[in-house]
Design a binder for this molecule. Structure first.
Ligand code: BG6
Length: 520
C-alpha cells in the first residue's frame, strides 16, 4: 500500500502547547511504576518541551531518603528506559539537560499514608513548593500505590483541603488500576472518592489508552468514510479480540493469586479495546461524549446468566512448557503461588451486544499469560460474499475479509481479501494489504504514559475512565466472578506454557463453525 502521511512524532506534534504551571505529587514515588514508567514519561515530556517552566514534583514515599540519592535512583530508571527503547538508527542519547530540568524540581517527602499527620505536613510542603515554583496552586496527585490506599489518600487530601479547587487553581487525581476488585468494591470506591472530588477531578487510569494504536482505533473508525457504513451486523460476522502475553506471573504472585486473569485484564484493558470497537459514533471528541458512548455499549452487553457463563466462558491455567526454546514453570510451581491454586491465568469468552448495530454478532475475547507469542490484536471478520458467482469455478472456500488491527507489537493494520491467482483458470488466493506504523511514522520512544499525564495536566479526560464506565465493565464480568466463586465444579482448563491456550477455548468458536486466528 502506498500511503503518504505527514510525519508528526509525539515531540513535534505537541510542540508549543505547554501544560499549565502545576505540581505533580506522586504517592508511591519509591515504587516500580514511578521509576520504570512515570519518570521516563516526565523526562520525555520535558524533551518534547511540554512541561511548563513553573513545574515541580513532590515525591511521596514511606522512608526518608536524601533527595540527591533519590534523584539518582530515578535517573537510573530514565537511563534504562532510554537504552531499552533506543534501537538501530533511532538511538537516542540520554538527554542530561532534560533530566536535570526534572531532577532539580524534585522534592522528597517521607510519610506514612495511613496517618493524618502526613497530609497536614504535605499541605505545608505543597504550599511552599507552589510559592517557590509559581505553580499557581495547580496540582496533579498521582496515586501509584497499592489499591487499598486509594480511598484513604483521597479522603485525607479532602480533610486537609488539598483537594479543594479555589482561586482558579485546579486539583486533579490520577488513580491507577485496579479500580476495585468487583462491582461492589468499585461502586464503593467511586462513592468514597466522589464524596471528596467532583467527577471532573478524577482521572482513572488504564494504560492501554496511552498506547498509540489504541487511540488510533477512533481515528480509523471516524476519520475515514469507508469503515463506519459497514461497521455493523449487516456486514460484520464476528469480532475477535486477543491480548496474549508470553510473560508469566513474574514476581507478582501475591497480587496475581488474589486477582487472576479475568480481574487483571478484562474489565479494564480488554474492555477498552472492545468498547472502542463497538461503541456508537460520539457527537464529538469531547471526553464526555466519547465516554458516554463507551459506557453505553458496555451496558448493552447481554447479561450472562449461570448457564451462559458455563457455556460461553473458558478459564485456564498454564502448566509447565516451553517458550522460545526455554523451559518454563507451570503457574503452580511459580514462587509464591499455592501448589493447588485455582487462579486463572487465561480467560476466553463470547459476548453478545443487545443493540441494533450488533444484534447477532458474537464478540470473542481472550487473554492469557505464557502463551506462544506476545500479541494484542483486534480482528473484524466480515461476512462472506455470496458463493453464487463462483459456483462453476474450482473455489472451495472464499478468503474471509478480515480487518486486523495490530495493537502491539508491530503496530499496524491489515486487510485480508481474495485475489485471482494468475493463470488461465479462475483460482482464488487469500492476500493481505498491510500498513505498518513503523514504515510510515518516525516516532520517538514513549512509555505510553506521556500522553496520559499530559492530558491530565491540560484537563482532557478523554483517555481516562469515568465512574459509569468502570462500573459497567465490572457489571459485565460480575456473573462470571460469582459463578466461579460459588460453583467449584466449573472446569479450570490446563494449557501448556508456549501454546495458544486451552482446547476448550477453541470449542467456543468451533461450535459455530468459526476459529480463532492463530497466535503462533
Ligand atoms: C497490567 C497487568 O495492567 O497490564 C499485567 O496487571 C499485564 O498483568 C499488563 O501484564 C499488560 O500491559 P502491556 O502494556 O505490557 O501490554
Amino acid at each position: 500500500m502506498d500511503v503518504r502521511v505527514e510525519e508528526k512524532p509525539f515531540a513535534q506534534e505537541q510542540q508549543g502547547r505547554k501544560a499549565p504551571p502545576c505540581t505533580l505529587v506522586i504517592f508511591g514515588a519509591g515504587g516500580d511504576l514511578t521509576k520504570r514508567l512515570l519518570m521516563p514519561a516526565i523526562y520525555n515530556l520535558r524533551k518534547a518541551r511540554l512541561l511548563p517552566d513553573q513545574f515541580a514534583i513532590i515525591a511521596v514515599d514511606r522512608t526518608p531518603k536524601p533527595v540527591d540519592a533519590f534523584r539518582d535512583y530515578l535517573a537510573e530508571g530514565v537511563r534504562s528506559f532510554v537504552s531499552d527503547t533506543a534501537s538501530g538508527d533511532a538511538t537516542e542519547p540520554f538527554d542530561k539537560q532534560a533530566w536535570e530540568f526534572v531532577a532539580n524540581r524534585i522534592t522528597h517527602f517521607a510519610g506514612d499514608l495511613t496517618l493524618p499527620d502526613t497530609y497536614a505536613r504535605l499541605y505545608e510542603v505543597h504550599e511552599k513548593t507552589a510559592a517557590v515554583h509559581q505553580t499557581g496552586g495547580n496540582a496533579v496527585f498521582y496515586l501509584a500505590v497499592a489499591s487499598e490506599l486509594f480511598g484513604t489518600i483521597v479522603e485525607n487530601l479532602g480533610v486537609v483541603g488539598l483537594a479543594r479547587e479555589k482561586d482558579g487553581a485546579w486539583r486533579r487525581v490520577i488513580i491507577e488500576k485496579p479500580f476495585g476488585s468487583d462491582l461492589t468494591s468499585a461502586r464503593a470506591l467511586n462513592a468514597q472518592i466522589l464524596k471528596v472530588l467532583s467527577e471532573s477531578q478524577v482521572y482513572r487510569m488504564d494504560h492501554f489508552l496511552g498506547k498509540e494504536t489504541v487511540q488510533n482505533i477512533m481515528v480509523l473508525r471516524f476519520a475515514n468514510g469507508i469503515f463506519e457504513p459497514i461497521w455493523n451486523r449487516d456486514h460484520i460476522d464476528h469480532v475477535q479480540i486477543t491480548v496474549a502475553e508470553t510473560v508469566g506471573v513474574e514476581r507478582r504472585a501475591k497480587f496475581y493469586e488474589a486477582t487472576g486473569a479475568l480481574r487483571d485484564m478484562v474489565p479494564n484493558h480488554v474492555f477498552q479495546l472492545f468498547s472502542l470497537i463497538a461503541m456508537g459514533v460520539p457527537n464529538s471528541f469531547a471526553a464526555d461524549a466519547v465516554r458516554a458512548e463507551k459506557s453505553k455499549v458496555l451496558a448493552a452487553v447481554h447479561p450472562l446468566g449461570d448457564a451462559e457463563v458455563r457455556r460461553s466462558v473458558v478459564r485456564g491455567q498454564y502448566a509447565a512448557g516451553e517458550i522460545r526454546g526455554e523451559r518454563v514453570n507451570g503457574y503452580r510451581e511459580e514462587p509464591g503461588v499455592a501448589p493447588a491454586s485455582v487462579t486463572e491465568t487465561y480467560v476466553a469468552m463470547q459476548l453478545a451486544v443487545d443493540n441494533w448495530r450488533w444484534a447477532g454478532v458474537p464478540f470473542y475475547l481472550r487473554t492469557g499469560k505464557r502463551l506462544s507469542r506476545r500479541t494484542t490484536e483486534i480482528a473484524i471478520h466480515f461476512k462472506q460474499a455470496p458463493f453464487a458467482l463462483f459456483r462453476e469455478t474450482p473455489v472451495d472456500i472464499l478468503t474471509p475479509n478480515v480487518l486486523a488491527l495490530q495493537i502491539q507489537p508491530d503496530e499496524g493494520v491489515s486487510l485480508q481479501f481474495s485475489a485471482k491467482v494468475p493463470g488461465p483458470e479462475i483460482a482464488l488466493g487469500g492476500v493481505r494489504m498491510n500498513f505498518s506504523y513503523k514504515d510510515y511514522f518516525k516516532t520517538a520512544p514513549t512509555t505510553g504514559y506521556e500522553t496520559l499525564v499530559y492530558d491530565c495536566m491540560i484537563g482532557d479526560a478523554i483517555l481516562f475512565n469515568r465512574d459509569d464506565g468502570v462500573e459497567a465493565g465490572w457489571a459485565v464480568v460480575q456473573p462470571i466472578l460469582d459463578l466461579w466463586q460459588n460453583d467449584k465444579t466449573v472446569a479450570l482448563e490446563r494449557y501448556d506454557a508456549g501454546s495458544a491456550g486451552p482446547e476448550a477455548a477453541e470449542t467456543l468458536l468451533w461450535r459455530s463453525g468459526r476459529r480463532w486466528r492463530p497466535i503462533v
